[in-house]
Design a protein around this ligand. Structure first.
Ligand code: URA
Length: 205
């Protein structure tokens, strides 16, 4: 074969990164989780969606956003003119953090050390995918993507331009919407979420 047809063995791809993440021991979360949950989607996706961490369903299935928050995200994304199949979907933290409560596993928010321990994976994932836009959903994702604490209320709904890096759009996490009690406010929050996601649509063209 021609030399230029040989793939260098050390070239990082999303697949090789997934294998590395599978055996990550950067923080203790791996010990109780079923498996690491890596990102999913086309390797040429122009838009990367970042959530917080896998939930109970995601931990079991090994795929991001396949539980209730994922269903809400899919619906809102479709309303915003985004098709899930065109998006690359991942999480800031790749292992499920939870507290056993009887036969249930209660979600626990990852802390700054877990976010920091997992951040190199997200950075490399972003570098390999090289999307045009990263959508950070919720405070954990925003912190992991931007690298510092940001207030969602102040940052959401505008495209942040960054030198030599993909643009960023911050919005709320779909799990937040699931927790808002039924009623007018829930509808209003959902509508705002869809409006935020609409800002990502031009990046897919
Ligand atoms: N919430 C997230 O942040 N990510 C998932 O994959 C599922 C729920």
């Amino acid at each position: 074969p021609q030399p230029d047809l040989l793939a260098p063995a050390d070239r990082t791809t999303l697949e090789s990164l997934r294998d590395e993440v599978d055996s990550c021991r950067n923080c203790p979360l791996w010990a109780d989780a079923t498996q690491a949950v890596f990102g999913e989607g086309p390797d040429n996706a122009r838009v990367m969606i970042v959530g917080e961490q896998p939930g109970d369903k995601e931990d079991i299935k090994g795929r991001p956003f396949v539980g209730p928050a994922g269903a809400l995200f899919d619906r809102a994304a479709e309303e915003a003119g985004l098709v899930r199949e065109n998006l690359y979907v991942t999480n800031a933290v790749k292992h499920f953090k939870f507290e056993p409560r009887g036969k249930f596993r209660l979600h626990k928010t990852p802390g700054p050390t877990e976010i920091a321990a997992c951040r190199p994976w997200l950075e490399r994932e972003t570098e390999v995918l090289a999307p045009r836009l990263v959508v950070a959903m919720g405070a954990t994702a925003a912190r992991a993507v931007i690298g510092r604490l940001v207030k969602i209320g102040e940052t959401r709904g505008t495209i942040l331009k960054r030198e030599g890096q993909p643009d960023v759009l911050v919005t709320v996490h779909p799990s937040f919407l699931l927790r808002v009690p039924d009623g007018e406010r829930k509808q209003e929050e959902y509508r705002r979420f869809v409006e935020d996601l609409k800002l990502a649509a031009p990046f897919l063209k």
